[in-house]
Design a protein around this ligand. Sequence first.
Ligand SMILES: Nc1ncnc2c1ncn2[C@@H]1O[C@H](COP(=O)(O)OP(=O)(O)OP(=O)(O)O)[C@@H](O)[C@H]1O
Ligand SMILES: [Mg+2]
Length: 276
Amino acid sequence: MTDIATPNAFVAPDPASTAHATGISDPKMTARNVNVFYGAKQAINDVSIDVDMDNVTAFIGPSGCGKSTFLRTLNRMNDTVASARVSGEIRLDGEDIYASDMDVVQLRARVGMVFQKPNPFPKSIFENVAYGPRIHGLAAAKSELDAIVEKSLRRAGLWDEVKDRLSDSGTALSGGQQQRLCIARAIAVDPEVILMDEPCSALDPIATAKIEELIHELRGRYAMVIVTHNMQQAARVSQKTAFFHLGHLVEYGDTSDIFTNPREERTKDYITGRYG
Ligand SMILES: Nc1ncnc2c1ncn2[C@@H]1O[C@H](COP(=O)(O)OP(=O)(O)OP(=O)(O)O)[C@@H](O)[C@H]1O
Ligand SMILES: [Mg+2]
């Protein structure tokens, strides 16, 4: 006699692999069972998570836990690291971003990135923002390009400070202005997702507050993920928080729950400052 209580055709979802990806009905990006290796060393272990449009998602965790590595899988920035290998599945609006026919340049416009150290091109403020739309063919005429540059700088909260000196070098701006310029540059190509890897760590408190304010203003228009070491910042800017430890996603949920009522002991230890 054979036990046929479960028809063969029915494969129950593996609860362990999807446990963290909960609570989001229409995710912008989905990651399933993602592993990342640098050579033989595994930096990310079986991470599954959803990122949505309406919430800012914060990635937190001690140094070396894999936050940047995982963030970079979301727009294939790890492709630029020769030793890096990614397995698992990552989708943007249901589309497999690691598919062989995926245009990576296009992907990185759709999923933009802002880095820890502001990195404007050594070109004018105008050119920093105009470059992307130009190579992506988003403007047919100079007037259209001007309009995109203005709109992007306005959205990045920088227009009033730079409108009279658009031909000055981007690198001559203050650190906080440079970071907002980098955000304007990402915005200019009309992204759907903006990834930010510790965008405020090189900035003073006032410049940091401006970036946080900007994140609030941009919420809902773009899906946003921010890596931060600053727990107060995660609590201030995000609605969802993912806690990483040693390459694992330990806990993912509403930011308010993670900070006031974490389920996992390791999360509690981290947010109460016991390590990291
Ligand atoms: N290019 C690389 N080559 C080899 N190993 C790497 C590379 N980048 C990161 N790693 C390793 O992968 C692991 C995760 O690193 P990652 O930079 O993603 O951590 P992180 O959480 O962003 O840390 P931090 O908070 O210090 O920025 C670490 O052990 C790190 O040494
Ligand atoms: Mg990092």
